[in-house]
Design a protein. Structure first.
Length: 304
């Protein structure tokens, strides 16, 4: 098992960080359903603020993701991370069950920032039972239309989140438990995105995540780790292959991407909420990291 393989190595601080992250994780069901397609499941250029899991029942289709082409075939589960450009292609018969889940963000880092998940894993009988149970207790969560433009937008995201949190508590608990079980199947074969076990760097990364809305300085992080700035910079660059400032800015821009898509706030407000004093600088940095301006990025997630 993943847990015994990873946690049996004597890394107490890394273990504590991971467990606390899991305890703070909140997964919200947006959609779950089953679909039968006959050459009519062809959607290019999809990128969503939620993750998808597919359980293939019969037939075949293709998933273009992260520069690779995956044949969707029976007996397998597939995972599409949030904010990941992908495409669906089907020119024949294809049956699958689908799951759309929003990971609510607090001050903790997303699971998909901490781990690199496999796209494809083999199913076992329990996976089909879990999907069946999700469908049974959430009978009104199926998509009415399969074109992503009809459901993959701000208005429908707000509505789905609001509808989910109004479900009876027993349904919410069971639903989230099943989603965690399905996601754990991929987690068992994942690798850590940040390959460091130095407790000082892990402590600094945790501090950055929890205070990403503040202005964070190198001297602040060095003091937290009880190191001189010189030694902290050397250690950080050695472990993460980048400078602390570059890492902080990267995380701020990742948070800005989420805020731009999910919340109805101006670009100026988002920049200030992340402690950027200059909106023009924020816009330039965003474009350097993402490849487009904040306004152009937001246009890709229109309200319908």
């Amino acid at each position: 098992m993943f847990y015994s393989r990873y946690f049996s190595s004597k890394k107490p601080y890394a273990y504590i960080c991971i467990v606390l992250s899991f305890k703070n994780m909140k997964l919200i069901l947006l959609n779950v359903g089953s679909a039968i397609h006959d050459g009519n499941w062809n959607w290019p250029g999809i990128s969503s603020p939620f993750f998808r899991i597919y359980l293939v029942g019969a037939g075949s289709a293709r998933l273009g993701l992260l520069g690779k082409d995956y044949a969707l075939s029976p007996g397998h589960l597939y995972l599409v991370p949030p904010f990941t450009l992908h495409s669906d292609t089907c020119d024949g018969h294809f049956e699958h069950s689908y799951l759309h889940v929003y990971e609510e963000m607090g001050h903790e880092e997303s699971l998909f920032e901490q781990w690199t998940f496999p796209v494809e894993i083999k199913t076992d009988p329990l996976d089909e039972m879990l999907f069946s149970r999700l469908l049974e207790i959430n009978p009104d969560k199926a998509l009415d239309y399969f074109d992503p433009q009809t459901y993959d937008n701000n208005r429908n995201l707000y509505k789905s989140i609001a509808d989910s949190v109004r479900e009876p508590l027993p349904i919410l608990m069971e639903t989230e438990g099943i989603i965690e079980m399905l996601l754990s199947r991929f987690l068992a074969n994942s690798v850590k995105s940040v390959q460091t076990e130095d407790f000082r760097i892990l402590k600094a990364l945790s501090h950055i995540r929890k205070h990403i809305d503040r202005k964070i300085t190198v001297s602040e992080l060095a003091s937290l780790c009880m190191l001189s700035e010189f030694h902290f910079l050397r250690l950080f660059k050695r472990e993460l292959k980048t400078s602390p400032i570059n890492y902080i800015n990267q995380k701020k821009i990742e948070r800005a991407q989420l805020l731009l898509v999910v919340y109805k706030r101006s670009i100026k407000d988002i920049a200030y909420s992340l402690s950027f004093e200059n909106v023009s600088y924020f816009t330039r940095l965003f474009r350097n990291v993402v490849g487009k301006t904040p306004s152009r990025y937001r246009e890709e997630f229109p309200e319908k």
